[in-house]
Design a binder for this molecule. Structure first.
Ligand code: ADP
Ligand code: ZN
Ligand code: ZN
Length: 732
């Protein structure tokens, strides 16, 4: 009986964000804290925020010297059993302390000791008469014009600040002049975006997706431009109509204010909460609470949004499910996609994984009929055609500053027609590999189907899977050529070369370096849209989610690095990137053209790319993975260690390895224990790094072994070194 003194607990077990993988016991003192509640506790000389996981009447196995909790915070309603269970699953699967998982899951303000005070509710800004607003602003005030254009759809203060630092300030000023309207987030009735009449494929997809009512994972496999977003929108409409909440996860780079605006405009009057790293702590907390209370019906966010409590969750959508940004690469190394699938299963709701180029993991699940495939094979815009893809040979003699003659000619012609050109450079999956420029031979491992990584510092070639190594070869074993080179090409040189070939054209480089600061990306995109920029040099950042009207020609350089990378996923990522890049060209009536410079035109990869059909590529890749015993045919856990010197790092990994050696024979027999090896980039930020790969045929076998071994591993004395564990690593 609640409130009955005889059953009220004497003790609570709480989860703390400290590097110890256990719960901590406290006396309740004068309080009556419930499971899921936030409480403040003393920890050594400090005070820490924590979450109550369990109530107890006896001290049990923790010592009698327990201290009492200091306060109960009601700024955060008690977490539900399902939210705690989700975090517990993540803690168990990724072998991370529950307190640390909760820290990742909860907004920062709920990790602080002071109580959070919610500010007044935010409103959205929009221009009911967009022409009038635009006419009011000087044509030369480019930044203001850009912000104003966005106000055709409702934008939150956070979204406006992401467009421009002064975006919110200007919107407020225009609101005072009556040019811009404000409304509470929940009550926007206008403007709304039109509901598009679906084509047959889309209609079938919406029908299938919206009629699913329990746990059913779908792979929505639709080519770029096939109208997946419209399918999500109409499916979501059906789920909202049932009175349920929807969680939509998208890659960080895709969460543009434009996309947010598109969702808001489609569902006027429906409260939506966005959750991503661009929000400040207060905004994130407010949105999170709105989702938790059930007030927000749609939650749109990046990977961290997967933990958002949703009392009436009815469906999860993971757009671009193959995107590597769904995997966190530090701290709690979770895959938001995988956690989302687990969550959908426990919540018994359908989940849609959408992609034009699904991850091989998801493809394997679809092939095994664990996921249901729905295909969209046509472009949605009537009349829009697929871009033409051409392969251009790169022979050393034939290249002019790294460009094939035909690529330069095509660029000239496109620029003459007043179009823009994108020169795309592949940077992902690049590790130095030794190649013979004459016959194409590449140094590979004797024991694995993997390329050896070139370690220039100590002049050795190493296999990053098994640890095999040998000195750098000086002559090609196949043709005797003595001029062996690392594969790769500098972007700096490229920019200079383009400047000499196209002296009167404005060249714009868009990559991580040029867009590091806030607003730089949007400013660069504005230059593209306004037509100021003629030639764009871009990396994967530019491949996604942007629609450029005058871009019809894409030249892809050094795509080959993705074919011979030590990262076995590089090929799959390259396919995804090139398809996305191709999708950038010719989104309107003019068909686009993609020219790919390659030395390996006969590689099956390019045959499949030319066919514009991901399915045969994915089938081949999956069967290769099965033959070579690579994920998803195997489950992997990667231990990484870093220390002042590499010997120390390897030493830690050897002790970890020994913990697995000593497991019960029944567990040990399922494991492949590799040797620790130096990381590709051995030295980083002053420390030296190594890694140890442990593999098993099935995830369950790997998990059983990890559960047995981790208590021994967690107590290893590491001196000046540290280790971390990455379950299902996507970068090795
Ligand atoms: P995807 O996400 O699959 O790459 P989008 O959802 O971005 O594709 O759609 C591509 C384009 O097609 C968009 O401009 C969208 O407005 C348009 N579109 C989508 N569905 C339809 C439809 N049924 N009729 C006409 N245009 C459509
Ligand atoms: Zn050779
Ligand atoms: Zn090897």
């Amino acid at each position: 009986m609640a409130g009955d003194r005889t059953v009220s607990a004497q003790f609570v077990m709480v989860a703390l964000d400290v590097p110890l993988n256990r719960l901590f016991g406290y006396q309740v003192g004068e309080f009556d804290p419930q499971v899921g509640q936030r409480v403040i506790v003393p920890f050594g000389p400090r005070q820490l925020s924590s979450i109550v996981i369990e109530r107890r009447n006896d001290a049990g196995d923790f010592s009698g010297k327990t201290r009492a909790i200091l306060a109960v915070r009601d700024d955060l309603p008690a977490l539900s059993a399902s939210t705690i269970a989700l975090c517990q699953f993540v803690a168990d699967y990724y072998h991370h302390p529950l307190g640390a998982v909760l820290s990742t899951a909860l907004p920062t303000v709920f990790r602080n000791v002071p109580a959070f005070k919610a500010p007044a509710p935010a409103c959205v800004y929009y221009a009911a008469d967009i022409e009038k607003l635009l006419a009011h602003i000087s044509k030369r005030a480019h930044a203001q014009q850009r912000v104003a254009q966005q106000l055709a759809t409702p934008h939150t203060p956070a979204a406006l600040r992401r467009i421009h630092d002064s975006g919110l300030k200007w919107a407020k000023a225009w609101a005072e002049q009556g040019l811009v309207q404000t409304a509470a987030e929940t009550s926007v009735v206008s403007p709304a975006s039109p509901i598009l009449p679906l084509n047959a494929e889309q209609a079938y997809a919406v029908e299938q997706l919206s009629s699913a009512r329990s746990f059913l994972p779908f792979l929505l496999y639709g080519i770029t431009g096939s109208g997946k977003t419209e399918v999500y929108l109409q499916t979501i409409a059906a789920v909202l109509a049932r009175g349920e909440q929807v969680l939509i996860l998208i890659p960080e780079i895709n969460l543009t204010p434009q996309l947010e605006g598109r969702f808001r405009a489609r569902f006027p009057g429906v409260a939506m909460a966005c959750l991503h790293s661009g929000l400040n702590d207060t905004e994130r907390a407010v949105n999170w609470l709105a989702a938790m209370s059930g007030e927000a019906r749609i939650v749109l966010g990046t990977r961290l949004a997967v933990f958002t409590p949703l009392p009436q969750l009815g469906m999860i959508v993971v757009d671009e499910e193959h995107d590597p940004s769904f995997k966190q690469q530090e701290g709690l190394r979770y895959s938001a996609r995988d956690v989302a699938v687990y969550r959908a299963r426990t919540a018994q709701v359908p989940i849609i994984l959408g992609s034009a180029t699904p991850s091989i993991e998801t493809w394997a699940n679809a092939k095994a009929k664990r996921y249901q495939i729905i295909t969209l094979a046509e472009r949605a815009v009537p009349g829009a055609t697929l871009p033409k893809i051409t392969l251009l040979p790169v022979k050393k003699a034939g290249l002019i500053d790294g460009f094939n003659r035909m690529a330069l000619a095509a660029m000239h012609a496109a620029l003459e027609r007043g179009e823009q050109v994108l020169v795309f450079i592949n940077r992902r999956g690049y590790s130095p590999v030794l190649q013979c420029g004459e016959c194409g031979w590449m140094a590979s491992c004797k024991h694995c189907s993997a390329r050896l990584v070139l370690h220039l510092r100590d002049r050795r070639l190493r296999c990053h899977h098994c640890g095999f190594e040998e000195p750098i070869t000086h002559a090609c074993p196949d043709c005797g050529n003595q001029d062996l080179k690392p594969v790769g090409q500098g972007t700096q040189r490229l920019e200079e070369a383009l400047a000499t070939h196209f002296p009167n054209r404005k060249i714009l480089r868009i990559d991580r370096d040029s867009t590091r600061r806030k607003g730089e990306m949007d400013a660069a995109l504005a230059q593209v849209h306004s037509g100021e920029a003629d030639i764009l040099i871009g990396t994967q950042m530019l491949a996604k989610g942007h629609d450029f009207d005058r871009l019809n020609l894409v030249i892809a350089l050094n795509a080959d690095t993705g074919l011979f990378s030590v990262d076995f996923r590089a090929e799959e990522r390259l396919f995804a990137l090139l398809m996305q890049v191709a999708g950038r060209a010719g989104r309107r009536e003019t068909p686009g053209e993609v020219m790919i410079q390659t030395a390996f035109a006969d590689h099956p990869f390019y045959h499949q790319l030319l066919g514009r059909d991901y399915a045969p590529f994915a089938d081949r890749t999956l069967s290769e993975r099965q033959d070579m015993l690579l994920p998803p045919a195997m489950a992997w856990a990667l231990f990484r260690a870093e220390a002042p010197d590499i010997e120390h790092a390897i030493g830690i990994l050897n002790i970890i390895r020994a913990c697995f050696e000593q497991l019960d024979a029944t567990l040990r027999k399922d494991l492949t224990l590799n040797q620790p090896v130096a990381a590709t980039m051995v030295k980083k930020a002053g420390v030296e790094r190594a890694q140890l790969l442990i593999a098993a045929r099935h995830k369950a076998q790997l998990q059983r072994a990890l559960h047995q071994a981790m208590p021994h591993i967690e107590v290893i004395k590491t001196g000046k070194g540290r280790w971390s564990l990455d379950v299902d690593p996507i970068e090795v």
